[in-house]
Design a protein around this ligand. Sequence first.
Ligand code: CA
Length: 228
Amino acid sequence: MPPTERPPLVLIIEDEPPIADVLRLYLDRAGYAVAVESDGMRGLAAVRERRPDAVILDVGLPGMDGTEICRRMRAEDDWTPVLFCTARDDEVDRVLGLELGGDDYITKPFSPREVVARVKVALRHAHAPDAGDVLVLGSVTLDRGARRVLVDGKEVALTATEFDLLAYLMRHPGRVITRDHLLEEVWGYASAVGTRTVDVHVAQVRAKLGDASPIRTVRGVGYSAEAA
Ligand code: CA
């Protein structure tokens, strides 16, 4: 980034000081501005006041649960990328789910290097300078310039990752795209995450778009976009 530009602010909401400290260190080294809160209530206040570019959110927090923080952000129409840190693999569907709307997750124990990579991807999604074209498939209209999705003219709120996933599939209608290919194209780090991430995000897009969803499962291969 140019030196005159403000570095992106990453807010870490994490109550275990050793984890918060190491994340701060790595993010700082990667050139980000970093803020840390260790309490859920103060964390939510910091989200509202400091308007971070990305949030790393622990699930178990004193004061207010990480999931509740994300739920409130989304209810307030705040779509800042949220990377959940969870100790439990079975929480993944919930934190990325329809109600909570997280963008990504990482399970503890994690490597700080990987967290930095995820933050980079999240910021890329949020600020992707997309071509200003509009894609239409069945009753779904995807405006890449405005990053909006409409179903029968009514806007549907997608997370940045969900948007990019749908946009990629809709840019290649009728073509079967493998999970690995989607990971590479949408997430940009195929080796670091499991293909389950793709399935979870596809499930969310389908849940949000309902019957209009153009995403078809090609069993054993991947996904394709076709008019519903
Ligand atoms: Ca915790």
